[in-house]
Ligand binder design. Structure first.
Ligand code: V07
Length: 264
């Protein structure tokens, strides 16, 4: 009897998740979602576990959210895995974090391939440990022809450094005489950022109650809808993503018919 009750309850929950998914798909799905995955350390602390246990659990959330984003038909998902600021953390924590790409890909690359997901990365590749670079490179190579969700890992990424790098590239072209100062416009700058292949994010999610951008995609987020939640990243599940997407869809509905400047 108890078993039956428990099964019925879990069936109800699965059903309502499936229902929510199909409801969401009837409306505009954000083409690009960007996420600041905060609260892994706090999640661990609450359980008297080491911080790295929170990072590890957070990695499983990346998998879960990637699957749902792909199923919803999201075009690109950018996740902030490691910022240029994160090097200041204790060495042991940094070493652990730098092993996570390998662990993630070692475990989930086959299913990412099966789900037609394309893995890409933005950030400074050269200063990552060799083993991290190799794992990411292999995954990008193995998925480069995939046409489903683009899963973009911001790894050793900082937005100001990205803008500096773009300006350096543009300045060099001017010095060489292949570009005129008057050719500099918003499009040209966008084309020199690490996101040049991706559309701008439609929805930014930050977990764990912090309400700031922390040097994440400053240029690209100019027109993006923001969704902040107190939920810690390891606790962020399918229903949490649907909450964010539904909120985006409600805002979108309110702006129905309005395009571009009128929206702002
Ligand atoms: C990291 C787990 C998610 C929460 C935030 C911090 C910890 C997945 C990756 C990853 C990166 C590149 C890649 C494949 C997977 C990752 C770091 C940290 C450094 F190609 N999760 N995750 N990388 N965390």
């Amino acid at each position: 009897m108890l078993h039956k009750l428990i099964r019925r309850k879990s069936e109800r929950q699965t059903q309502s998740l499936a229902e929510r998914i199909s409801q969401s798909k009837k409306e505009q799905i954000p083409g690009h979602i960007a996420i600041i995955m905060d609260g892994n350390g706090r999640w661990a602390k609450k359980r008297a576990l080491p911080r790295v246990a929170g990072h590890h659990e957070g990695m499983k959330t990346v998998r879960k959210i990637t699957r749902l984003a792909n199923e919803l038909g999201v075009g690109a998902l950018t996740v902030y895995a490691f910022s240029t600021e994160n090097w200041k953390r204790p060495k042991l924590e940094v070493d652990f974090l730098m092993r996570l790409p390998e662990e993630f890909l070692g475990t989930y690359l086959p299913e990412l391939i099966e789900q037609n997901v394309r893995v890409v990365m933005m950030g400074e590749n050269d200063t990552l440990p060799r083993h991290t670079q190799e794992a990411v490179r292999k995954a990008m190579l193995a998925t480069k022809e995939n046409t489903g969700l683009v899963l973009n890992f911001a790894l050793n990424y900082g937005s100001r450094a990205e803008i500096v790098q773009a300006l350096q590239k543009i300045s060099k072209q001017i010095k060489e005489g292949t570009l005129e100062p008057d050719d500099i416009n918003e499009d040209l700058i966008s084309q020199h950022l690490m996101t040049c292949e991706l559309p701008e994010p439609d929805l930014l999610i930050r977990t764990s109650g912090e309400v700031r951008l922390s040097n994440f995609m400053l240029w690209q987020l100019a027109y993006t809808e923001f969704w902040f939640t107190d939920t810690l990243w390891p606790d962020f599940d399918e229903n949490c993503l649907l909450d964010a997407v539904e909120s985006y869809q409600t805002r979108n509905r309110r702006f129905g018919g309005l395009k571009g400047e009128e929206k702002n």
